[in-house]
Ligand binder design. Structure first.
Ligand code: FEO
Ligand code: CA
Ligand code: CA
Length: 656
């Protein structure tokens, strides 16, 4: 666990959750057996004994807030008795000298001083750092991507690449990346502190270092950077994590979308394996103003993205660094934990169909009393990939050049070869292909880890398809899997000192998403789950200070349902019994719940509002036909991705 997490009040695992480590394992094996039988033939009822709870017992769930009823409309919804505040919207000022948001005048210079677009990873860091403040903190937020034709009037999905002005392209380049800013609560109102000394924007033009095994490699050298150690910009900043020393890790997820030109010019096989999509590239038209984003002009630039970037939010002058030791893939996030010996363990999902779950363990322990000593800790350590076995064991297979099948003959002479082609290395060692692994969170009371697989429509049912990787496997038991699932991982050791660096874990299926009322969905939730409480497409996961699991979804979900936020217990009578707590506006997903130390405020990022049309739930193609113009609802003002806060008005704990 991280220091940040240690500052949260922790539930007593024995009192609140009861199960011993042995019981957890026994339970796991039994449930897997049930699961096997279920997948073979029967209906959802087969799961009822496994979950062992009745509707009467469900009353003992620790959640007491009034559950929302499902609705899909142009605005957001939160429980009665709660208050919802918009803390900051795309284009709002982050500095005293930031220009007013005016979409008709937006350019790169203005956007560099404003909150960016499509906020994803969001983390509240109490100020002063290391203390438990719940009314003053630093907010670190990533901005995953931009959709120009929903941002600027007069553009459409068909013509925006040709029609965007250079100012608009530069504005987009500045609206992605990362925002760091101070926030303070006065009375019951949260506010951005515009002259906060840490306030900072990082974007597609920020100078960023490259370190680790691939730094200086010929394949990372460009005309602008003959050393292969400096890159301008970070892109596709999806989710992330916070290190124990308070730096932010940002996962670059899907940078290939930004590149243009003839993708067969560089290493075609690697470009394709990295997630090149014929229909989704050149999404910002950036190559028109910066030729380095065109393959023919700069054949190595694309290799300098899709890494994990480390950013020190407490030093606005510190150059961010891409840590190549953590591998190159479509990085969803980078969840940090600490092993009992002080080594830092980073869990990562590669968010694509049939991709893998990874882990990086530092070579050295971190130093709690010497922040500077941790500066390059992430440059040395072991990258591994997960293999799930049918006996309930999960093994971490090291991806180390020269070990096992990763030989020089196979193309892995050095560790640079491994990290530059991480997916290919993982293919060779026989890792388990997953259903779009995204959120990863440790539970501080039980030590268990939860992982979200969003969905995978392309996984074929057992017995179909001729390639091994197209078949269902023990940890991804449904083919196709349109609704996703949650896994529960148990590291060896005691619940309060799990050994996250151990070679093998135990694992189990925790939840199979879908509608429990439809046997064909093969869903598995607590039997008392309401018609509003079940969910599909789990993406980000968080655990609040009281030990409850928060799940955000990124669908689109089944017809008539909006992407939303759910909360549930992970132990006790309310285990796997989710309740709907927040509904996002049409077309949006909610990301990254993050809490004040006392649990009285939860911050939620609302990303891409209006991306789907209200009428037919299809992709919106212009600002004018976007599903909503939330949260301003003003003519001529587009929908604005925003960071919202939920409180209960009396400092009560949210979610309880
Ligand atoms: Fe950026 Fe995997 O969602
Ligand atoms: Ca995500
Ligand atoms: Ca997602």
């Amino acid at each position: 666990m991280t220091d940040r997490q240690k500052t949260r009040p922790r539930p007593n695992p024995r009192r609140a959750f009861a199960p011993s480590y042995g019981t957890i394992l026994e339970e796991g094996v039994r449930r897997r057996t049930v699961l096997k039988g279920f997948i073979a033939a029967v209906g959802a009822a087969a799961f009822a004994p496994a979950l062992k709870a009745t509707k009467a017992e469900a009353a003992e769930s620790t959640l007491t807030f009034p559950e929302l009823k499902r609705v899909r409309d142009t605005t957001d919804h939160w429980p009665e008795g709660y208050e919802r505040q918009i803390l900051v919207r795309w284009g709002d000022a982050l500095f005293a000298d930031s220009p007013e948001f005016d979409v008709t005048k937006l350019n790169g210079k203005a956007a560099e001083r404003q909150f960016g677009y499509n906020n994803d990873f969001t983390q509240f860091l109490p100020l002063p750092w290391g203390e438990k403040s719940s009314d003053h903190g630093l907010m670190v937020v990533s901005h995953e991507y931009a959709t120009p034709f929903l941002m600027f009037p007069g553009l459409t999905a068909e013509d925006y690449r040709e029609k965007m002005t250079e100012d608009q392209i530069r504005a987009v380049m500045a609206a992605v990346g990362v925002s760091v800013f101070e926030v303070r609560k006065d009375g019951n109102q949260w506010q951005v502190v515009k002259d906060g000394k840490y306030n900072r924007r990082i974007h597609m033009s920020t100078e960023i270092g490259i370190s680790g095994p691939a730094a200086g490699d010929d394949r990372l050298k460009t005309k602008a950077d003959p050393t292969g150690t400096v890159v301008f910009g970070t892109i596709s900043n999806c989710n992330g994590g916070i290190t124990p020393w308070g730096t932010m890790l940002s996962g670059e997820e899907g940078a290939m979308d930004v590149f243009a030109g003839d993708y067969t010019k560089p290493n075609q096989e690697l470009v394709e394996r990295q997630g090149w999509d014929e229909d989704e590239n050149d999404i910002y038209s950036v190559s028109r103003v910066e030729p380095r984003f065109k393959f023919e002009e700069e054949p190595n630039e694309w290799m300098r993205f899709d890494w994990v970037v480390e950013i020190d939010p407490f030093d606005p002058t510190a150059k961010p660094v891409k840590r190549t030791s953590l591998g190159r893939m479509t990085h969803e996030g980078a969840q940090c934990c600490v092993a009992p010996d002080g080594r830092v363990v980073v869990f990562m999902g590669d968010d694509d169909d049939f991709e893998y779950i990874y882990r990086f363990v530092t070579r050295d322990p971190w130093k709690p009393n010497d922040r500077a000593a941790n500066k390059d800790l992430l440059d040395h350590g072991t990258l591994s990939v997960a293999k799930f076995e049918s006996d309930g064991t999960m093994r971490w297979i090291p991806l180390v050049a020269g070990e096992g099948p990763l030989t020089a003959e196979a193309g892995f002479k050095t560790q640079a070869d491994v990290v530059l082609a991480t997916r290919a290395a993982a293919d060779l060692v026989g890792a388990t292909p997953m259903d779009g692994p995204e959120g990863f969170i440790p539970h501080l009371g039980t030590g268990k880890l939860y992982v979200a697989m969003t969905e995978n429509e392309d996984r074929l049912p057992k017995g179909e398809g001729d390639k091994e990787r197209e078949q269902v496997n023990v940890a991804n038991p449904r083919g196709p899997n349109p609704y996703g699932h949650l896994l529960e991982l148990v590291a060896p050791g005691s619940p309060d000192k799990p050994d996250y660096a151990a070679e093998s874990f135990k694992w189990d299926v925790f939840v199979l998403c879908g509608d429990p009322a439809k046997p064909e969905d093969q869903a598995m939730f607590h039997p008392a789950t309401t018609s509003s409480g079940w969910f599909t497409d789990p993406d980000n996961l968080a655990v609040d200070p009281a030990g409850r699991l928060w799940i955000t979804t990124d669908g689109p979900p089944p017809e008539g349902i909006a992407d939303s936020v759910y909360v549930m217990d992970t132990e006790g009578p309310g285990r796997a019994l989710p309740k709907l707590i927040y509904i996002a506006p049409v077309g949006s997903e909610t990301c990254s719940p993050t809490f004040t130390s006392d649990g009285s405020s939860v911050f939620l990022s609302v990303q891409h509002p209006g991306e789907l049309r209200m009428a037919d739930n299809e992709d919106a193609t212009s600002m004018e036909d976007a599903g909503t113009s939330w949260p301003d609802f003003k003519p001529g003002v587009p929908a604005r991705p925003s960071l919202v806060v939920l409180t209960r008005g009396n400092n009560g704990v949210v979610g309880s």
